[in-house]
Design a protein around this ligand. Sequence first.
Ligand code: SF4
Ligand code: SF4
Length: 141
Amino acid sequence: MPVQIIETTNITSENKCDYCSALCCSYITQELGTLRTMAEFDTLLWQVAHKDIHVFKDDNGWYLLSMTRCEFVLPDNRCGIYETRPLICREHSFDACEKDVPINEGCQHYFTQFDELDAYCRKRFKTWDQRIEKFEAQRNN
Ligand code: SF4
Ligand code: SF4
């Protein structure tokens, strides 16, 4: 089977979407804001334990990220509802997008696995490992 070689030297900010697999249409995020307490991070741990759920933090706080492709992406990676696409799609910047800097490289923390976030929480909270015993002790009183 012949191998297709894609010429990438002529990619510009104007045409780069033509060379992209619609990365920006392949996930959704939900802003969580500032998280401070162990209980909040424990909930985050539960969330990241789910398949295709990631969590990350940038200058605006924490976010949930769900790796799920929009049902309107066409086979050629274009938008199937371009004229009526939601506002958030219209606001998305082409200048500095996921094709230039993947989200996991442009944020302060990015976790895809329970164990990774658990290790982060253990460093962040001295009593992280005691939280479960404490919870069970209180529940049994
Ligand atoms: S805006 Fe960026 S991520 Fe979205 S399709 Fe175009 S190049 Fe890809
Ligand atoms: S509505 Fe269109 S632009 Fe918006 S995420 Fe879906 S395919 Fe992409």
